[in-house]
Design a protein around this ligand. Structure first.
Ligand code: KIV
Length: 290
């Protein structure tokens, strides 16, 4: 049975029918990996709006309010200009639109790298203002101290290693990582460092298949792959990519729909009706007053 929503205009909450699903928890997701084996893979997608969250929620375990919203929602050239204000606003919308999935929010570039204290200030603001359960931040060994600092203070952290898009200016692009031995060894060391620091999970992005599989076998917490390996303990994708909202998507993305064409066609049909003056009038819609 599909879920329908009634908007409570007082609180902006969409109340689901049938009754709310119970929200999953971060310890519950973390506990899915036992002795290196995750029997039930973690299903994760990005979400940026309340309506998107409503539609994805029942199908996912983890909704990520990704800083990819910089490109997807705001048309920015990268995630570098994304701000804490943006993440807080979209994070709150996604929490309001979901009842079942764990919601975590990306820490934007510049909001956490300065010091563990800076990271705590930013992360605690995100949790207070949104109701999300945790944060994600990019970086390996260099971020281990910060991950330990936040985790010890009640802020669950999902790490993000391999291709780290906030570092696009240092990396020089979004190409796959871990192709040569030295880089693969560095990424493996990053994985061990963030796991030892206490992250509850780690995103492995754009890493060659055998390395992602090796990391998954080596670390105790779940790995969530994106353009990495089917062997990861879960997968995440940018929702707008799998929906087919863009002409160009990363090569590893399978499109499950062609929503861009549907929107375009609907707008074209509407425009044609307006121009032909065949747009339905209020009388046609509501019935003429007698
Ligand atoms: O910002 C984002 O959407 C992400 C995912 C692609 C992992 O970090």
């Amino acid at each position: 049975m599909s879920t329908t929503y009634t908007l409570d205009t007082g609180t902006s909450r969409a109340n689901p029918t049938p009754a709310p699903l119970r929200r999953l928890t971060i310890p519950g997701l973390r506990a899915r990996k036992v002795d290196g084996v995750t029997a039930e893979p973690i299903v994760s997608l990005t979400a940026y709006t309340a309506r998107q969250a409503q539609l994805l929620d029942a199908h996912c375990d983890l909704l990520l309010v990704g800083d990819s919203l910089g490109q997807v929602i705001y048309g920015l050239p990268s995630s570098v200009p994304v701000t804490l204000d943006m993440m807080a606003a979209h994070g709150a919308a996604v929490v309001r639109g979901s009842y079942h999935s764990v919601v975590i929010i990306d820490m934007p570039f510049g909001s956490y790298e300065g010091s563990p204290e800076q990271a705590f200030e930013s992360a605690s603001r995100l949790l207070k203002e949104t109701g999300a359960a945790g944060v994600k931040l990019e970086g390996g060994i260099a971020m281990a101290e910060t991950i330990a600092f936040l985790s010890a203070r009640g802020i669950p952290v999902c790490a993000h290693i391999g291709l780290t898009p906030q570092a696009v200016n240092a990396l020089g692009g979004y190409g796959p990582r871990g192709r040569d031995e030295a880089e693969a060894a560095k990424i493996m060391a990053d994985a061990h460092a963030v796991a030892a620091a206490g992250c509850f999970a780690m995103v492995i992005e754009g890493v060659v298949e055998p390395l992602a599989a090796k990391i998954t076998a080596a670390v105790p917490c779940p790995t969530i792959g994106i353009g990495a390996s089917a062997a990861c303990d879960g997968q995440v994708l940018v929702t707008d990519d799998l929906l087919g909202m863009f002409e160009r998507t990363p090569r590893f993305v399978k499109r499950y729909a062609d929503v861009a064409s549907t929107i375009s066609q609907a707008a074209a049909d509407y425009a044609a009706e307006v121009r032909a003056r065949s747009f339905p009038t209020a009388d046609q819609i509501y019935g003429a007053k007698k």
